[in-house]
Design a protein around this ligand. Structure first.
Ligand SMILES: NC(=O)c1ccc[n+]([C@@H]2O[C@H](COP(=O)([O-])OP(=O)(O)OC[C@H]3O[C@@H](n4cnc5c(N)ncnc54)[C@H](OP(=O)(O)O)[C@@H]3O)[C@@H](O)[C@H]2O)c1
Length: 274
């Protein structure tokens, strides 16, 4: 897709690697100018080099869980490209462990990474998004929809993000800003299984399979590109809430109508200690 100095602009937080980088690439290929963010400038430089189209990619290095870092990221988009059409709040951290062993410090850290980042970046972006009648997409998870076992404080943090997303969607609609939530299941990645190994090993009551993406749920890993395409779809069609893979929305709905059946499904299709 041709990009010009008038092309729309997308700011993707947490895009020096993982899903965020795949989202940045998808928007670039769809004709957007893109701002990528992260806390490590060398990772950002490498990510920018991997994207190509140098003059249409800007870097904002900083911690977006801090008000200044969030404001700087938005300011980079406006000062370098003159507008902001899309904010994708992709920064997020998962967790492993039993809820009963969750410390308040760890929960605070997860809320900071999954909720504060989205709130701060959204608040910083609202004035420009209102001018450009833009879209905010928050990256949720299946943990935004159900409370599966062994996910530490991740379920509480992603449920909070889901509630915040809906509230902001309703409040910002009259101002022409759309706010959507994309909820992917486990995503394929090179370090699958090793990332949460130590957290799982710390607790003898957590099954080894919980170290896997999605806490060892029996759902096939999604290619990051398909999740990135769903984010683009959410922007283009102003979709409020997407679940990937799509068939899981039905199971989530069943669980809301019948919590007893929902629990049975979760016990059957997620990892178990025995
Ligand atoms: N991976 C999955 O299976 C999966 C499934 C469902 C949903 N999700 C969600 O998808 C999103 C991305 O997950 P991921 O696994 O791809 O993440 P990841 O690989 O851990 O990447 C996180 C990115 O965010 C940056 N980052 C982290 N904290 C930051 C902060 N405070 N300020 C600025 N940048 C920060 C990291 O760079 P630096 O560390 O260098 O700053 C990196 O670029 C998360 O919201 C996650 O909850 C993931």
């Amino acid at each position: 897709m041709n990009i010009t100095n008038k092309s729309p602009v997308a700011l993707v937080t947490g895009s020096s690697g993982g899903l965020g980088l795949a989202i940045a690439r998808t928007f670039l290929e769809a004709g957007y100018r893109v701002v990528i963010t992260g806390r490590d400038v060398s990772r950002l430089d490498a990510a920018k080099a991997s994207l190509g189209r140098d003059s249409y990619v800007a870097i904002a290095c900083g911690d977006v869980s801090e008000p200044q870092g969030a404001a700087d990221a938005v300011q980079t988009a406006v000062s370098q490209f003159g507008r902001l059409d899309v904010l994708v709040n992709c920064v997020g951290t998962s967790d492993r462990g039993l809820a009963e062993n969750l410390t308040l410090e760890r929960l605070d850290e997860l809320i900071r990474q999954n909720v504060h980042t989205a709130l701060l970046c959204s608040v910083a972006a609202i004035p420009q998004l209102e001018i450009d009648q833009g879209v905010i997409v928050n990256i949720g998870s299946l943990a935004s929809k159900v409370g599966a076992r062994y996910l530490g404080g991740y379920v509480a943090a992603k449920h909070a993000l889901a509630g915040l997303t809906q509230q902001m969607r309703l409040e910002l609609k009259p101002r022409g800003i759309h706010v959507g939530l994309v909820n992917p299941g486990p995503i394929r990645r090179d370090d699958a299984g090793s990332r949460y190994q130590s957290r799982v090993e710390e607790d003898a009551n957590v099954p080894a399979a919980a170290a896997k993406p999605g806490g060892g749920t029996k759902i096939k890993g999604l290619p990051p590109e398909s999740v990135a395409n769903a984010v683009l779809h959410c922007v283009r069609y102003r979709r409020p809430d997407l679940v990937l893979p799509r068939y899981l929305r039905l199971l989530i709905a069943v669980g809301h109508i019948s919590p007893r059946l929902g629990d049975w499904l979760l016990l059957k299709f997620t990892s178990s200690k025995g």
